[in-house]
Design a protein around this ligand. Structure first.
Ligand SMILES: Nc1ncnc2c1ncn2[C@@H]1O[C@H](COP(=O)(O)OP(=O)(O)OP(=O)(O)O)[C@@H](O)[C@H]1O
Length: 287
C-alpha cells in the first residue's frame, strides 16, 4: 500500500483496512474534515464494500479511482447517506449517522452519476431543490435561495437554460444541472460521482476549475470519482484506489498513479509521465 507523503501534512489521505497513518505518517484525525472508518456495504446480500477508511482534510480534494464495479459509486452513496452502511462517517468529528436528513444535507452535498430527473421540471426549479435543507418546514424559498441558485446556474453556463424543462436537455447539460443542484446546497463537503463523463472538453475544464475555485475560496472538501486518471491527477491532491470493494492504495496522485498499480487493478497497459507541476499523466499504450 502507498501512503500519502505530501509535505506539511496537508494531503487528504486514506489508508487500507487497519492502517491509520496520514500524510505526515501519523494519526491526524483532527485535521480531517471527512473521516470514514471501517465502512462496509452489503447490497442484495453481497458485500460490495469492506473496511473502507478515508481521511480527507478540510479543503482537500480526494479522487476515488478504480475499475468498473470496484465500488466507487457505492462508496459515495454510503458517505452521502443514501445507502445503509456499517462503520462510521464523520464530518468535522461528528458522526453523520445521528443527524437528521436536513442537517446532513447541510454538511454533505452529493451529485450522483446519472439520477432520474423529472422531465417536466425546469432547470431553475431543479437546482433550487438544493436549498431544501435551508427552507423551513411548510415554508417557501426566499430571495436569497433564488439568488444562490441563479448565481450557480450563471457560473455553470446554465442561466440561458433556466426555464427549460429537464426532459429537453442534452446529456452534458443534464450533468451540469445535477452538479448545480449540489453546489446550490452550499455544504462544506461535496461528493461528485463522475462529474465530467458526459461533458465536452471545454465544459470538463469549466466544471473542474469551478469546483477547484470553490474549494480554494470556501474551503470546500471535495471527493470525486473519476475515470479519467490524468484529469484526476491534475486536480486532486490525494487519491484512493478502490479494488473489489476495498482500498487497494492511497496517497498522492503520483504515488497511486503508477504503471504497476494501474496494470494490476485496471488490467491496462499504461505509460505514466510527469506533467506540469509534477502531476502524473496516464497514457494508454497499445499492447
Ligand atoms: N443494488 C445493488 N444490488 C447488488 N449489487 C449491486 C447493487 N448496486 C451495485 N451493485 C454492485 O456493486 C458493485 C459496485 O458497484 P459500483 O456502482 O459502486 O461500482 P463503480 O466502481 O462505481 O463502477 P463504475 O466504474 O462501473 O461506475 C458492482 O459489482 C455492482 O454490480
Amino acid at each position: 500500500m502507498t501512503t500519502t507523503g505530501r509535505e506539511g501534512g496537508d494531503t487528504a489521505a486514506a489508508g487500507r483496512e487497519g492502517g491509520d497513518v496520514t500524510a505526515a505518517g501519523r494519526e491526524d484525525d483532527r485535521a480531517s474534515r471527512l473521516r470514514v472508518r471501517d465502512l462496509s456495504v452489503v447490497l442484495d446480500r453481497r458485500t460490495v464494500l469492506s473496511g473502507v477508511r478515508l481521511d480527507v482534510r478540510a479543503g482537500g480534494w480526494l479522487a476515488v479511482i478504480g475499475a468498473n464495479g470496484a465500488g466507487k459509486s457505492t462508496l459515495l452513496r454510503a458517505v452521502a447517506g443514501v445507502l445503509p452502511y456499517s462503520g462510521e462517517v464523520l464530518v468535522d468529528g461528528a458522526p453523520v449517522r445521528r443527524l437528521r436528513p436536513r442537517e446532513r444535507a447541510r454538511l454533505i452535498a452529493y451529485a450522483p452519476q446519472s439520477p432520474a430527473l423529472p422531465a417536466d421540471m425546469t432547470v431553475f426549479d431543479y437546482a433550487l431543490l438544493g436549498r431544501t435543507p435551508y427552507i423551513p418546514y411548510l415554508g417557501r424559498e426566499d430571495r436569497r435561495d433564488r439568488e444562490v441558485t441563479a448565481s450557480v446556474l450563471e457560473r455553470l453556463d446554465l442561466a440561458v437554460l433556466a426555464a427549460r424543462p429537464l426532459g429537453h436537455l442534452s446529456g452534458g447539460e443534464r450533468q451540469r444541472v445535477v452538479l448545480a443542484r449540489a453546489l446550490v446546497q452550499q455544504a462544506p463537503v461535496l461528493l461528485l460521482d463522475e462529474p465530467t463523463t458526459a461533458l465536452d472538453l471545454g465544459h470538463q475544464q469549466q466544471v473542474m476549475e469551478l469546483v477547484d475555485r470553490l474549494r480554494l475560496a470556501d474551503g470546500l472538501t471535495v471527493v470525486t470519482t473519476l475515470h479519467d486518471l490524468s484529469l484526476a491527477g491534475q486536480y486532486a491532491d490525494a487519491m484512493t484506489l478502490v479494488s473489489a470493494g476495498r482500498v487497494a492504495a492511497s496517497g498522492t496522485p503520483a504515488e497511486v498513479l503508477t504503471g504497476e498499480l494501474i496494470g494490476e487493478h485496471f488490467d491496462a497497459r499504461v505509460r505514466v509521465s510527469t506533467g506540469p507541476g509534477g502531476r502524473p499523466e496516464v497514457h494508454l499504450e497499445r499492447p
